[in-house]
Write a protein that binds this ligand. Structure first.
Ligand code: G6P
Length: 609
């Protein structure tokens, strides 16, 4: 979604801002803009890609030592130049992420005070409100503090003013914002990846903070106006982690990075001989030892990871588990269980619905919370008592791949920890599971070698309008994830069903134009699955089957089979089957010529409701 970059330096900041915006492109956006202070205030905005903004900056010869920049994902008002940020009022300009819920009331008040609005956005009220107080106080920091005190909703904002050529003001509540510390130059950004070419030293702002940033110093006050110190972190990420290298798309790169991402995620765990609750935090044994159920809260692909885990937890750890879509849970009346472990799963750690669902669970007295997240210092990691950081590295493709499989790896660990704490694992089982985990990266590597076969299949998909994905048991959520991947990036309508449900509806759709992708692991349901496949064939449907190596399925003109290496893969099976479906979607999208890494209408980090 929207992205913010700002810089105050003794050099031209335009290239820094543009590179920062480019690094935020993956979040999804539809317009971009920047303001530079150099004598006066110079604003450039454009609809579409950052490349267009760069061309406009070159054409207008924009340069200067202070600036703010923004990528906008439209919420209030269409994608247009007038609605693109920064928004200007008098001598100052504002960029904003989040949503101001009381914008209508503020707009009426500000219009009555004589301000003219030039956009349909909620953000423009912030610019005028700060300007209103700036006229009264002539103090940019005081004006910002007075303005944000009146804002309801979520915001991360950056402000520059032509009267203060070496000063950047920023504030946050509900939307992430960090300060990047350089040598005699400083920066702000909504995501650390925007600043990696200029600094890895970052200070994460807390809820309600307002920061005053100069060339040499950064001072922060909290919501009450007290000066506060926020600790400085050195980001583990490096600038080249977000480079494409030899790959055609980030999604392809990220699919192929999975052996490395899984190795990094499992590193601490597999180096040990025994399963340890402390993988989830120093007091995890105490918290996890007391829980009698698990409730997962997540959205999108992360929700599918949660659904997989419910099967593992009930079967292996013997603990009741359920997965809820965060945007549903936060508004429904539910029965709280103070002894349930509340687990949020999120690649970004900032998804508004997941965060709100966690806060809702806590408000209901459920304080045993764990987050599985790919971003340290994100809102979810801070709001949760226990945390497990997946080490997928930056995921740029909007369609989640390595973040998903590393979530599954983390959920394997959670299952084993709870199983051990509940006395459900023998010494032999513990050793066997750890050995399985150690083999995971290598087995994923072997599945990646199937890419040419999967690519050949994808050629038959590009002209289809619909596809059906079938799985059973723990592979049903993998079918859901396969269908989601296909629709996200190829725009082919895809649905997933537990194969046993076919005859209760979806069979009506099956004909020779409906490819039916089937996940066929060698588990206790395989014979039942084969019967479901017969039901498809009897209606003329064409089957594309991903099967374990030792599953016997007769191939024919309408039954195509790709075999995964080896026999049944036990705990790892859903992860391995996921990789084949990722490759299928990727190649189907390539055939269709869609924008694989930035599919239409979607965003990587959904920071609004
Ligand atoms: C967006 C992304 C998905 C992601 C979902 C949940 O829709 O495009 O890839 O699964 O948000 O995001 P989260 O960061 O909470 O995992």
């Amino acid at each position: 979604m929207c992205g913010i970059v700002g810089a105050v330096a003794q050099r031209n900041v335009v290239p820094i801002l543009l590179e920062g915006l480019r690094r935020l492109e993956y979040r999804g956006y539809d317009s971009a803009g920047l303001v530079i202070i150099n004598g006066g205030l110079k604003r450039v905005r454009s609809v579409g890609r950052v490349a267009g903004l760069e061309a406009a900056c070159t054409a207008h010869q924009v340069h200067g030592n202070l600036g703010i920049a923004h990528t906008r994902w439209a919420t209030h008002g269409v994608p247009s130049e007038a609605n693109a940020h920064p928004h200007v009022s008098g001598s100052l300009a504002v960029v904003h992420n989040g949503i101001i819920e009381n914008h209508e009331a503020l707009r009426i008040r500000l219009k009555a005070a004589g301000f003219t609005f030039t956009s349909e956005t909620d953000t423009e009220v912030i610019a005028h409100l700060v300007e209103l107080y700036y006229r009264q106080t002539q103090d940019l920091l005081a004006a910002t503090r007075a303005a944000v005190a009146e804002l309801e909703g979520a915001y991360a904002i950056g402000i520059v003013c032509e009267d203060s050529p070496n000063r950047l003001i920023c504030a946050r509540k509900g939307s992430p914002l960090l300060v990047g510390l350089g040598i005699e130059e400083n920066f702000i950004a909504s995501d650390v990846s925007a600043l990696l070419p200029v600094t890895q030293r970052v200070m994460y702002l807390e809820e309600g903070d307002v920061a005053d940033i100069g060339l040499l110093a950064v001072s922060v006050v909290d919501a009450a106006g007290n000066p506060v110190d926020r600790s400085v972190h050195i980001s583990e990420l490096s600038a080249d982690m977000a480079e494409l290298g030899n790959y055609r798309h980030f999604m392809q790169k990220e699919i192929h990075e999975q052996p490395r991402a899984l190795t990094d995620t499992l590193l601490t765990a597999v180096a040990q001989e025994h399963i340890q609750p402390e993988w989830f935090g120093f007091d995890a044994a105490e918290v996890l030892g007391k829980v009698n159920a698990v409730t997962f809260l997540a959205c999108g692909t992360s929700y599918h990871a949660a659904k997989v885990a419910t099967y593992w937890l009930e079967a292996i750890a013997g603990i009741p588990a359920r997965a809820e879509i965060a945007s549903e849970y936060r508004y429904r009346t539910s029965v709280p269980n103070p002894d349930a472990l509340i687990v949020t799963i999120s690649q970004s750690g900032e998804t508004a619905d997941t965060l709100a669902a966690l806060n809702h669970a806590k408000a209901l007295g459920q304080d045993k919370t764990l987050t599985i997240c790919n971003v340290p210092e994100s809102a979810l990691t801070r709001a949760s008592r226990l945390k497990f950081l997946t080490r997928a590295g930056p995921e740029i493709g909007v369609a989640s791949t390595k973040a998903f499989t590393t979530q599954l790896a983390a959920l394997c660990l959670l299952t084993l920890v709870l199983a051990k704490l509940r006395g459900r694992l023998s010494v032999e089982q513990e050793a066997a599971y750890l050995a399985e985990l150690r083999s995971m990266p290598n087995k994923v590597q072997q599945v990646l070698a199937l890419e040419p076969q999967v690519e050949a299949w994808s050629q038959r998909f590009a002209n289809k309008h619909h596809a059906l994905f079938l799985g059973r048991g723990v592979h049903y959520p993998i079918a859901l994830e396969g269908a989601l991947k296909l629709k996200e990036i190829s725009y082919i309508h895809a649905e997933a069903y537990p194969a046993g449900e076919l005859k209760h509806g979806p069979l009506a759709l099956v004909d020779e134009d409906m490819p039916v992708i089937t996940i066929a692991p060698n588990d206790q349901l395989i014979e039942k699955l084969k019967s479901n496949m017969q039901e498809v064939r009897a209606r003329g449907g064409e089957l594309y089957v991903f099967a374990d190596g030792d599953v016997h399925i007769e191939e024919s003109a309408f039954v195509h089979v790709i075999r995964l290496p080896g026999g049944s893969n036990g705990l790892l099976s859903p992860i391995l089957h996921t990789v084949t479906l990722q490759m299928l979607s990727y190649h189907a999208a390539l055939q269709k010529g869609t924008d694989v890494d930035k599919p239409r209408n979607l965003a990587k980090s959904v920071t609004v409701e």
